[in-house]
Ligand binder design. Structure first.
Ligand SMILES: [Zn+2]
Length: 304
């Protein structure tokens, strides 16, 4: 990361280290450490082990969160938020999309009367059961209290000067949103942009490879050279990173679309090595390529 202004602090989310020596393995859960990246006096990234990043904005009216980690991390996340300077009750949470890695705190916060903001498509996915065909994984609908209670279609703004908007390209799902903090020049993007590794292409809920490229192009227009872009995974990115990523995904998209138009299948797409010059840096592409190719069926196939 090239940002000297990002001061990294370690906050213990644990109740205290004294009991740890005697603690049974299961109690070690409470010893989870949150790593907190400070983006501004009132804006932080909370990173819990194995969890997607959470952005926390402290205001006089309470804390605004972008995403809420998985349900298993709720206690650790709540503690980490409470220990932030100016940490106060969480009044608002954005769901950048419906995935369980982002929406685990919804039930707790919904029960506490917090505002849960999401694109209407995200609410619809959280209100229905979803099964992923590629691994058979099932997600049961969220209880009503855990569903977004403030949805939108295009853009919106909180009273705290926080702007948000829909990313209609369907980079990751068809409900992706960004949250823009203009004063701090920070853009939180959830999984619409990946900071490391090949992205998950969740075509079951609308995501596709064309949307990954399209979203990267769109998000570049919302930022400047100094904007810090916070993805759910990996380090903070810059506008230049988005540009580089766009070029890579646009290239892959073109190659896959060509293969589809020639009547090829997913196995042939993987065998064609459409990511070859990127693999050394990005890692094994096979699952990404297969899923990206399959994601074209819903968007480009004439008989879709
Ligand atoms: Zn996701």
């Amino acid at each position: 990361m090239s940002h000297g202004q990002t001061r990294r602090q370690i906050l213990k989310a644990a109740a205290g280290a004294a009991g740890l020596a005697l603690a049974a393995p299961v109690e070690r859960l409470f010893a989870q450490e949150a790593i907190v990246d400070r983006l501004a006096d009132d804006l932080f990234i909370i990173r819990l082990p194995g969890e997607a990043a959470v952005v926390a904005h402290t205001t006089r009216e309470g804390v605004v969160l972008v995403d809420g980690a998985s349900a298993a991390a709720s206690a650790a996340l709540t503690k980490a938020v409470a220990s932030l300077p100016g940490g106060a009750p969480i009044r608002t949470i954005f769901n950048t999309h419906w995935h369980v890695e982002q929406t685990g705190l919804n039930e707790t916060l919904g029960t506490a009367g917090a505002q849960i903001v999401a694109h209407e498509n995200t609410r619809l996915w959280l209100a229905t059961d979803v099964t992923w065909p590629w691994n058979g994984k099932r997600f049961t609908r969220a209880p009503k209290i855990a569903q977004p209670n403030k949805t939108f279609y295009t853009t919106g703004e909180l009273s705290a000067g926080v702007r948000y908007g829909y990313i209609p390209d369907a980079a990751h799902t068809d409900g992706d949103l960004y949250v823009h903090f203009p004063k701090q020049n920070v853009l939180a993007v959830g999984d619409a942009v990946y900071g490391e590794g090949w992205p998950v292409v969740d075509y079951t809920t609308g995501g596709w490879i064309g949307g990954i490229a399209g979203g990267l192009l769109r998000l570049q227009t919302l930022v400047d050279a100094d904007t810090r872009i916070v993805p759910a995974r990996g380090p903070v990115l810059t506008q230049a990173d988005l540009k580089k990523q766009y070029e890579m995904y646009a290239t892959i998209y073109d190659r896959l679309a060509t293969l589809l138009n020639k009547g090829r299948g997913p196995g042939e797409a993987v065998a064609a090595n459409p990511t070859k010059e990127f693999d050394a840096r990005m890692g094994n592409p096979d699952e990404f390529v297969r899923r990206s190719f399959e994601s074209l069926w819903g968007y480009l196939s004439p008989d879709a």
